[in-house]
Design a protein around this ligand. Structure first.
Ligand code: BDR
Ligand code: CA
Length: 311
């Protein structure tokens, strides 16, 4: 089993990623670490607990982390995810509680305890918790198997500003720290996630599973996609974060290149831009496997196959 920690700011697409991980026997979810992002921390934390209960996995350990980015003010995305961050389904108030330990401390403790090279960090939100952990205990870095993150966008541009993708834009300083840390990194930018659209047929496939997780997922995605549908006239919205978990299960669904990627942290105009040296025109050190293509039919087939196993 591959040991993973999921760092997340749920968010409907985060929720689908968490459900995919919990449904997959190849993965051992050591914990969910929660960060402020799509909505403030007290809500992302509550949403993480709700998702564990929806999956019937009250045994999952949840750790609350950073309430705000390292340097900049918190920017949230209620206009996409709704006031709660998880608008769509009616999910009961969670009975589960989070663990008392801080998310960054849990990440450090786990990496220092487990065999080096066995723990993968999956990042689905702003990178504040990972940045804090690396800054506080740099000895964790060589022990990380891989960091797989959803964030950035270069060819596709940004979704908060013309060049800023939400997760990187919200905490560009943490993102800079993570991208420069030296651990193996796989990045799922908008260049790939914008190709994974929740069409009405694909949403119907979740609903038709008939289980509570399938139905709640259909309700989440219907709420989530309306933003892109209304604004851009597409059939469906991009299902960003589950790409990270799908990559762990079926890496052959994705195609990219090992390149240098740097983050802009000083220009207000291009803050949080992920500058991807796709053509190798600088001598910047290669630090990221930067994805650009996804077999989107294969991706959604994997999701529905796994969601059928959930309650
Ligand atoms: C990212 O931002 C959030 O709104 C989503 O959950 C995803 O992680 C996409 O830019
Ligand atoms: Ca997210």
């Amino acid at each position: 089993k591959r040991k993973i920690i999921i760092d997340t700011d749920p968010g409907q697409d985060d929720a689908v990623a968490i459900l995919l991980a919990l449904a997959s026997p190849e993965l051992d979810v050591l914990g969910l670490t929660v960060v402020a992002g799509n909505v403030p921390l007290h809500l992302t934390e509550k949403n993480a607990l709700k998702i564990c209960e929806l999956a019937g996995r009250e045994d999952t350990k949840v750790y609350a982390g950073a309430v705000r980015p390292l340097i900049r003010h918190l920017v949230t995305a209620e206009h996409v995810h709704g006031k709660t961050g998880l608008n769509g389904p009616e999910l009961p108030e969670p009975r589960m509680r989070s663990q008392p330990q801080h998310a960054a401390d849990f990440i450090i403790e786990t990496l220092m305890r487990e065999e080096p090279g066995t723990v993968t960090l999956c990042a689905l939100g702003p990178l504040t918790n990972l940045g804090l952990a690396i800054a506080r205990e740099p000895r964790i870095v060589p022990r990380i198997k891989e960091i797989v993150l959803m964030g950035g966008g270069f060819f596709e541009g940004g979704n908060v500003t013309p060049t800023g993708e939400f997760n990187i834009y919200v905490d560009p300083h943490a993102a800079d720290l993570v991208l420069k840390c030296g651990a193996p990194i796989v990045m799922m930018p908008l260049d790939v996630t914008h190709k994974a659209l929740t069409t009405s047929k694909r949403i119907a496939a979740f609903r038709n599973l008939g289980n509570r997780c399938g139905i709640a997922t259909a309700e989440m995605l219907e709420f989530f996609e309306r933003f892109d549908e209304e604004k851009y006239g597409t059939d469906g919205g991009p299902l960003h974060d589950p790409c990270v978990i799908a990559y762990l299960l079926k890496p052959e669904l994705f195609k990219g290149r090992f390149i240098n990627v740097a983050v802009e942290t000083s220009s207000e105009l291009t803050m949080g831009m992920t500058v991807a040296d796709w053509w190798g025109v600088t001598d910047g050190e290669k630090n990221v496997t930067y994805m650009r293509e996804v077999d989107h039919d294969g991706f959604f087939a994997l999701l529905t196959e796994r969601f059928a196993r959930l309650p």
